[in-house]
Design a protein around this ligand. Structure first.
Ligand code: ATP
Length: 513
């Protein structure tokens, strides 16, 4: 992971926020290539969710899938977060270590115990998976107990906590009782900054969608089943931000709330679960690093227990391996959120379905009024970018550039680079003209690079690290026979094509606009 972070910094993908002031934990900035990569992933989601949902494939009802976009405020009425349950419940219980002053998420701490029997008064060794404490504690535990098993701290009876050595501590019994910390960032609206003016930065984009559901139905021609999609910033005052951008305090979410009749919720849940998995796979997160994990019944939120279920699209990040980390959650939320907002706002959020209902004895048709059920595919844009970078990162010692990014042409921030072999002998003039032609045709798709400096090997190496899929070079032969070399990043192979074919070569490989 350190190498990927170093490359991300070196090539201008991701910088530490406020770095010249020593950085700010949990905040990251995207550099020129990172900002473009992030935009490309956001655009891909928007295109495949809003503009052309599921690539035109029909939903389970046999009809085209309908999704409309929305863009709601980061700051909402504070009652929104009371209704959603965030004010009361949006907190991860934490335990503190009195010896090291470290703080851990209660549900993240595990302990090593003897595989059978009991530890007969000996210390139980706690650790947090995917941190250095895991292997350190494992060695100690195996030495002490022989065969070991792990169990969550949460399952250990309280009277045994005095024997637990915290993940980074030396002495047993230093962990405090779990305490709740609200993860929402508080702010004040208006100048007086009194307690009456407290507001929150949204911890998720979803609630803005629920709150505007009725307006969308009343002001557009959408009919159930349909989805509302929103992409935007969310803020969580995470107690332990870590693993690069994976757990940040400011991040972007891409969320869909798909509204349907309760009787159709199971089918739509299955549809979106499979569809979202397919989408990530199609973007290049193929193979064994991607998995769909269906939640066990005891993991489910209370409102989801009776429903169709919850599943996570997970990626095996270098820091979670061999385990996986969540990229996107797909949940059947029943009518929980709409019901909450309906109750707290005292305004009806019921949907009138003219196509359902019953035929009355007098022959008239009576429609059905109901609170729709919701399927929520909720993805993290920053985690998506991180997964894409991790998947694309390859080391190849045989190359002049031993590290490269095999980004798909759709996501690559730089789509093509054009170089004169040397910055003289009539070559720069030809390459500049080619650059202008390619730029005119492809600027909407991403960056086009024109670079005349340095040895050509170094320029290729720089483009390999930036993940640029195609480099075109004007050389001495170009001036004689009007051909250029095109270098394929993945194979580092070069071949010659006609100068006049470069634009169509790229059209074929970058796909339709
Ligand atoms: P986790 O269990 O990892 O904290 P979560 O289940 O709380 O995640 P959700 O509330 O379902 O996450 O949010 C939806 C998506 O938003 C997640 O799948 C993830 O991609 C992204 N996300 C959530 N929290 C963060 C964060 N702190 N930093 C970056 N992305 C995040």
């Amino acid at each position: 992971m350190d190498k990927i972070m170093a490359l991300a910094k070196r090539r201008g993908f991701i910088y530490q926020a406020s770095e010249i002031y020593g950085g700010l934990s949990g905040f990251w900035d995207y550099g020129p290539l990172g900002a473009q990569l992030k935009k490309n992933l956001r655009d891909a989601w928007w295109e495949d969710v809003v503009l052309n949902p599921s690539g035109g494939r029909p939903g389970p009802n046999g009809e085209p899938v309908r999704v409309v976009p929305l863009d709601t405020s980061i700051i909402q009425h504070p009652k929104v977060w009371e209704a959603s349950g965030h004010v009361a419940g949006f907190s991860d219980p934490m335990v503190d270590c009195r010896e090291t002053q470290q703080r851990y998420r209660f549900d993240h701490v595990l302990v090593y115990a003897p595989a059978s029997g009991d530890a007969r008064g000996r210390p139980l060794l706690a650790f947090v998976p995917d941190t250095s404490s895991e292997s350190r504690r494992r060695k100690q535990a195996e030495k002490a107990f022989g065969e070991v098993r792990t169990l969550p701290l949460a399952q250990l009876p309280r009277d045994e906590w005095s024997r637990v050595v915290a993940p980074d501590a030396e002495r047993p019994g230093t962990l405090t009782e779990p305490r709740a910390f609200n993860l929402m960032f508080k702010t004040y609206v208006g100048a007086t900054a009194s307690e009456d003016d407290v507001a929150y930065l949204r911890p998720e984009t979803a609630q803005g969608i629920f709150v505007q559901f009725k307006n969308v139905v009343d002001t557009t021609r959408v009919k159930l089943p349909f989805g509302i999609a929103q992409v935007g910033k969310a803020f969580r005052n995470e107690v332990t931000p870590r693993n690069f951008t994976f757990r940040s305090r400011e991040f972007e979410q891409m969320e869909i709330e798909f509204f349907c009749h309760p009787s159709e919720a199971r089918d739509w849940y299955a549809f979106w679960r499979d569809e979202r998995m397919r989408w990530w796979r199609e973007l290049g997160l193929a193979g064994e690093n991607l998995q769909l994990r269906v939640h066990e019944p005891d993991e489910l939120a209370h409102y989801a227990r009776e429903g169709a279920g919850t599943a996570d699209v997970e990626y095996r990040f270098p820091f979670t391996a061999p385990g996986f980390g969540e990229l996107e959650g797909i949940a059947h939320r029943s009518s929980f959120d709409l019901a909450q907002h309906q109750q707290h706002s005292r305004s009806s959020l019921e949907y009138f379905d003219a196509e359902r209902g019953e035929l009355l004895p007098n022959g008239a048709h009576k429609g059905e009024k109901y609170l729709p059920h919701v399927i929520e595919p909720s993805a993290g844009l920053d985690r998506g970018v991180l997964a894409v970078l991790c998947e694309a990162y390859v080391e190849d010692a045989a190359r002049a550039s031993p590290e490269l990014l095999l980004l798909s042409p759709r996501l690559a921030p730089i789509k093509a680079a054009i170089f004169p072999l040397v910055n003289k002998a009539g070559m720069p003039e030809v390459s500049e003209k080619l650059y202008r032609d390619v730029h005119r045709r492809f600027w909407r798709r991403g960056l086009i690079e024109h670079d005349v400096k340095q040895a050509i090997g170094k320029r290729y190496a720089r483009m390999d690290e930036a993940g640029c899929p195609f480099c075109f070079t004007i050389d001495g032969q170009t001036l004689q026979d009007q051909t250029v070399t095109v270098r394929d990043r993945d194979s580092a192979q070069q071949k010659r094509i006609a100068l006049g074919r470069v634009v169509s070569y790229l059209e074929e490989r970058l796909g339709p606009e």
